[in-house]
Write a protein that binds this ligand. Sequence first.
Ligand SMILES: [Zn+2]
Length: 452
Amino acid sequence: MADYKKIDAYLEKNLDKSIAELSKLVAQPSVGAQNLGMKECAALVAEMLKARGFKVEIMDTPGAPVVFGERKGKSNKTLLIYNHYDVQPPEPLELWETPPFEPSLREGKLYGRGVSDDKGHIVSRLFAIDALLDSFGELPCNIKFIIEGEEETASINLFDFIKKNKDRLKADACMWEFGGVDHRDVPMEYLGLRGICYVELSVETASIDVHSGLGGSIFPNAAWRLVWALNTLKGEDERIRIPGFYDAVRPPSKRDRELIAAMPEVADEYKSRYGVKQFIKGLTGGVELRVEEVFTPTCTICGLTSGYQGPGSKTVLPARASAKVDFRLVPDQEPDDIRKKLRAHLDAQGFSDVKITDLGGDPPARTDPDDPFIQLVAKVAEEVYEMPMQLVPMVGGSGPSHPFVHDLGLPVATGGLGHPDTRAHAPNENIRLDLYLKHARHMARIINEFGK
Ligand SMILES: [Zn+2]
């Protein structure tokens, strides 16, 4: 373990330098939604990789470019590291204590848009590489970086990019862009992401809104049409009524339940944090609640719009109504298949007039908790965090991990510097410097042990 003494000493000694480099990257805005600074940020990331001897190419896509970097190492094994350089819009600006693109250090934390999501992860990983190069003069394994610029806008071009560049992206394992510790400072290993199918449902029953005294008895009403259509999607028993919706669902395994049982209780915390009085489906807490939370698909009405909602009364019959609806999907459901089944269901129920607009989707994906790479990432974490990683078989959110798992055939591990108060996507986004250092120490070990 002498290897790591030298590496840890290097990281401790050079922390300020690495934070200065991160600050420079954060100071370069790269807001995908506003097309602000994307090319400049890609160029800056490319420079940072080149400075470590990576062969770098800025590759075009129909959207923001992808930065691809590659450097050979001692062993012939290849680790693919996925990150993104785009950030969420900083608004509302007035809620930031210091400006979002002027990184600021206070009380052991660095504040700024993107410090955590995802620029901190990029630079701390480069920092780990610096330490390895300082100790060994070479990388223990081949490393490829794929750093995209559209993660915060649904990674719409990433799937095609991966399909087109399968050979270049060939690797043996993949480190995911995020990770972190929970409220007890326990490092988490997230092994699966649910998929998502996001649609807008809309109805138009007239070309203009109508006086409700005139049309109420004789005209169709868009709001009622939409409400009736929505009512066919799910019953009060919470069962989704679209025929075939559950066909592809693979239930959690015994191992999944075992891992979920080892996780902390959440019921009381959820109730107090969100002011929710009770859970649906008669759930009260325990393993059943936690399994249900991530291993069942959903149909959520995210928003509803129609007619008049201002102060007082307005007697109007709305011509238009629309709803945003998302379906969180579990293995092996597919968003395209769910959209087709939704269309067939609405038609069969007499709602051919309800239009479906596709607002994007990701299929679910997961990695086996007993995959040797996952075991390696979890094992080397112990020396850094002084406790084992908690293996989480599935999380409720979604992300573009499907092409990494299914097209590239890689085990995907998470690890990172996130913490519960990191405020990703919100004002005062921050990272804790102690966790930044720990992530760099963890990454150095992952890369080194992986090369052996
Ligand atoms: Zn994000």
